[in-house]
Design a protein around this ligand. Structure first.
Ligand code: FRU
Length: 532
């Protein structure tokens, strides 16, 4: 029924119906990608959590299998919560996951495929040896979850980290094992940060200094950096650091190029949580999955009959500057591109707004390169502006600026009663320029009772080429944007009432004094993927 499905996505991963939260145990095995996810088989609200299971050959089209793990044993009877997959030597996948036991404690369990010659890995077996890790007396049993993909160190130990907190200090406990069955806690956590609260879904992996190639989680060497990502329960945002891992002393030391805490680097400055990455040996890349929660009401979710999508899987690699990661939608997504519309060398003077016609603007992929001839008109940057989101909500997309605001108006209704602008604004600071990127949901819908935040991040980019690029994936109720070639990403969930299906429009705009040129724009109608 159309009324209910106005906001269902066309090419994002979501179950056929009911509730979904974080991605679990993503992996590649014998020609097939597997994605498990936190799922409520009984409704569109969180609860009764099982590991639902889907398989794919291209990360875009998915077939749903039966749940891999459901509560059934004393060690998981109250829920099968998040965890990860590790493919052991000899191509033997193992799942580590958090079970909620009979006493409502969070314990760590493992499961293995019943039949390794079934490439779909349909059937999973939980051993009665479980739990393999319990919180004991030292660890807070209500804050002990989400084991990471394990990695092997040269001394023959498997290592995994588990999210936790002690008082308000967030931490990643390190556990190790020789046989993957008997695990012992390493005295010191791999890392901890005061006043960050509970760390959920920790992820830890190496990145190469050169190029886009990813590395297996177990690759060790002096010539790599590591990424430690955590999901902060208190804010529902994630942050990561780059740093150096010392496997012999079980230490991780973050670089001092970014903050290690609330204001640290983010994969995404919008709605993106409980993410997990995996190494894809087939295409030699690291792929990142993240959950984009709904921003409508619980009542809306119940009447839609579903809640939660996964963001488009992204390839992640180290920025050549060594100070942050870069992200880009996996290339398989491009196969859904159908009709293309282009714009070349279109000048946008102050206040100008040009519609991109001829594509399905509610289900589209847009890539654009903006250029400007000078930054002389850039407004002064106030050094007290540390919070990008606050600056963006203060300045907005419509108030005139110097260089910018310029960008895309996505999911716009015919008379602009509804629109979600994704845009840049460039400032002049003491020694350089500061680029602000925003995705502003405040004007996204005429409907009340929705969460319509202004999301924003800074883009650490060299502007000497006088160009700035933007890609946005628009899919009915989600806009996923990649600024500066994947330096800054922002995902927004929006629920327009007028800008739906054929009534949605796409524009480029400039509200700055400085003229902006759309050097090159391609916009594609996107086909729907076959999803579950
Ligand atoms: C993340 C999370 C995990 C937990 C799971 C429960 O959103 O809270 O910490 O394992 O979801 O569904």
């Amino acid at each position: 029924t159309e009324i209910k499905q106005l906001h269902r996505t066309g090419f994002h991963f979501q179950p056929h119906h009911h509730w979904m939260n974080g991605p679990n145990g993503p992996m590649y095995f014998k020609g097939i990608y597997h994605l498990f996810y936190q799922y409520n088989p009984e409704g569109a609200v969180w609860g009764n959590i099982v590991w639902a299971h889907s398989i794919s050959k291209d990360l875009i089209n998915w077939k749903s299998l039966k749940p891999a793990l459901s509560p059934s044993k004393p060690f998981d009877i109250n829920g099968c919560w998040s965890g990860s997959a590790t493919v052991l030597p000899g191509l033997k996948p193992v799942i580590l996951y958090t079970g909620i036991d009979t006493q409502n404690r969070q314990v760590q369990n493992y499961a293995i495929p019943a039949n390794l010659s079934d490439p779909h890995l349909t059937e999973w077996v939980k051993s009665d040896n479980n739990p393999i890790v319990d919180p004991g007396t030292e660890v807070n049993s209500s804050a002990f979850r989400d084991p990471s993909t394990a990695w092997l160190t040269l001394n023959g130990h498997w290592n995994t980290i588990i999210g936790s907190r002690s008082e308000q200090t967030g931490m990643a406990y390190l556990y190790r094992s020789r046989d993957f069955l008997n695990w012992t806690k390493v005295e010191q956590p791999l890392h901890s940060v005061p006043n960050t609260g509970m760390w959920e879904c920790p992820d830890f992996y190496p990145v190469s200094h050169f190029g886009r190639f990813g590395l297996d989680t177990s690759v060790m060497g002096n010539w790599f950096k590591h990424v430690l990502k955590v999901s902060l329960e208190m804010t529902r945002y994630e942050y990561y650091t780059l740093g150096k891992y010392y496997p012999m002393t079980d230490k991780y030391v973050p670089d001092n190029t970014s903050a290690d805490g609330w204001s640290g680097l983010r994969y995404d400055y919008g709605n993106f949580y409980a993410s997990k990455s995996f190494y894809d040996p087939m295409k030699k890349r690291r792929v990142l999955w993240g959950w984009a929660n709904e921003s409508d009401s619980v009542q809306d979710d119940v009447s839609k009959g579903w809640a939660g999508i996964q963001a488009i899987p992204r390839t992640v690699w180290l920025d050549p500057n060594g100070k942050q990661l870069l992200q880009w939608p996996v290339m398989e997504l491009n196969r859904l591109r159908r009709k293309i519309v282009m714009m070349l060398n279109q000048k946008l003077v102050k206040g100008q707004n040009v519609e991109i016609k001829g594509i399905t603007a509610a289900q589209a992929d847009v890539e654009v390169i903006f250029s400007f001839s000078s930054l002389d008109n850039a407004e002064a940057f106030d050094p007290s502006w540390v919070d990008a989101q606050a600056v963006c909500s203060q300045l907005g997309s419509t108030a005139q600026g110097g260089v910018g605001p310029f960008g895309l108006l996505t999911l716009a209704s015919e008379n602009l009663e509804e629109f979600t602008p994704v845009f840049f604004r460039i400032f002049k600071a003491e020694a350089n320029h500061v680029v602000l990127m925003c995705s502003d949901a405040r004007s996204s819908s005429l409907k009340d009772g929705l969460y319509k935040p202004t999301f924003a991040g800074f883009v650490d980019i060299d502007l000497s080429s006088k160009k700035l690029s933007l890609r946005s994936l628009i899919d009915h109720s989600v806009i996923e944007s990649f600024g500066g070639g994947g330096k800054t990403c922002i995902t927004s969930r929006v629920y327009p009432t007028k800008a739906v299906f054929g009534d949605a429009h796409l524009h480029v705009f400039n509200n700055g004094t400085e003229s902006i040129t759309v050097e090159y724009l391609s916009a594609w109608s996107m086909r729907s993927a076959r999803v579950n």
